[in-house]
Design a protein around this ligand. Structure first.
Ligand SMILES: *Cc1c(COP(=O)(O)O)cnc(C)c1O
Length: 393
């Protein structure tokens, strides 16, 4: 059994491309070209060079000694927080901007919720001198002011989405509308392993550099390229896809996915998509999403803006339904506590998204000799106000 995508663009029964006819030419152009382009030696060379010299890869695989002592197991942190712009998202935007240029595109659009993907997109557009328009919910623009300022500094235009709940899913709808109106010169950079095929697979491949590095880094430090567990938080699922990728079909390596329970899975204020979600279609993909009985998308909630998404990528829907990955839900409070503990024990301030993954050690007992790799997906500078308010520091 393979847990990776099949030729038709599905992970098990999840995935596919459920798109309006008007969008078909754009998505089809990408589908026909993405693997070909990614296989070109020149493309690989430029991608790898930028990952090295601009992003700062390889990111370290750091043995967290004090955290390991506390939980009596061997914990390694994959330090995506040390990348340029502070998270794993840049791995994908570098790949996609190179793809867009190979396809002759001169204009880039993106959607963003918390603004992290918007910043990573604005960054690569500045790097390449391409026009950049980022759609963002009006509400998110107000509550994520520092990232809006960053995007503007980087030369992007931030366009407010004024419809619906004026958050991420509305921004995505606006971006799709823009793409329909600008099919020839525009590429839409999606920020996670979501959207119509081939996006989930393309983004997973760009992020797969993370587990490619873990393999040789762990070999160097532990004599084996395989950990016992790989742990990651899941918003749409791109940092998880990156750390899982080269271990997907190796069932010796157990996968743990951590979702945001918000105020509690049954509280009505959560983003625990796999547990609460039902099959449905969101943003062009058949997957699990939180919805009402009539199929209306439910507003998600998490203290962490990056996990506040009502769906999950089709790869993760399949990993959940097949039982390949174990899914754990972590509340706001437990995530914040784990984040603060990381600061005190290791001198690393993690993004609140990442803190959800770190909370796994309080929920699950590992053996003394288990090697557990955690995706440290991003740094917490953007979250200082939230931490400070939460702990009344
Ligand atoms: C955006 C973000 C996430 C969630 O997105 P995924 O696609 O699930 O990885 C997690 N951590 C950080 C630091 C982020 O910025």
């Amino acid at each position: 059994m393979s847990y990776n995508i099949n030729k038709k663009g599905y992970y098990g029964k999840f995935g596919g491309a459920f798109i309006p006819e008007m969008l078909y030419p754009n998505v089809e152009e990408l589908r026909q070209n993405y693997l070909k382009v990614m296989a070109e030696p020149e493309f690989k060379k430029e991608f790898n060079q930028l990952l090295k010299d601009y992003v700062g890869r390889p990111s370290p695989l750091y043995f967290a000694k004090r955290l390991s002592e506390k939980y009596n197991t061997k914990i390694y942190l994959k330090r995506e927080d040390l990348n340029h712009t502070g998270a794993h998202k840049i791995n994908n935007t570098i790949g996609q901007i190179l793809m867009a240029m190979r396809l002759g595109k001169t204009r880039i659009i993106a959607e963003t919720g918390a603004g992290q993907h918007g910043v990573a997109t604005a960054t690569v557009c500045a790097l390449m001198g391409l026009e950049c328009i980022v759609y963002m919910g009006d509400i998110d623009i107000a509550r994520q002011a520092p990232n809006v300022a960053r995007m503007k500094m980087l030369g992007a235009e931030v366009r407010p989405a004024l419809s619906g709940s004026r958050t991420l899913k509305d921004a995505t709808n606006e971006a799709i509308r823009d793409w329909i109106n600008n099919p020839v010169n525009t590429h839409y950079i999606i920020g996670s392993v979501v959207g119509p095929h081939p996006y989930p697979d393309m983004v997973a491949r760009f992020q797969s550099v993370v587990s490619e590095e873990i393999q040789w880094q762990l070999k160097e430090q532990e004599g084996s390229s395989k950990p016992d567990y790989v742990v990651a938080c899941i918003g749409g699922g791109s940092n998880a896809a990156g750390v899982y990728y080269h271990y997907l079909d190796d069932e010796d390596v157990k996968l743990i996915a951590v979702e945001a329970a918000g105020k509690g899975v049954d509280s009505g204020a959560s983003a625990a998509t796999s547990v609460l979600g039902k099959e449905g279609i969101i943003h062009g993909s058949k997957t699990l999403l939180m919805q009402t009985k009539d199929g209306q998308i439910t507003e998600p909630y998490s203290i962490s803006a990056g996990l506040d998404y009502p769906g999950v990528g089709p790869m993760h829907a399949h990993l959940y339904k097949s039982g390949r990955a174990e899914f754990i839900s972590i509340t706001d409070d437990d995530a914040m506590t784990a984040g603060l503990e990381m600061c005190k024990l290791e001198g690393i301030i993690p993004a609140i998204e990442t803190s959800h993954a770190l909370a796994v050690f309080d929920k699950k007992q590992f053996n003394k000799n288990d090697i557990v790799v955690v995706s440290l997906s991003g740094r917490g500078d953007k979250d200082l106000d939230t931490y400070i308010n939460h702990f009344k520091l």
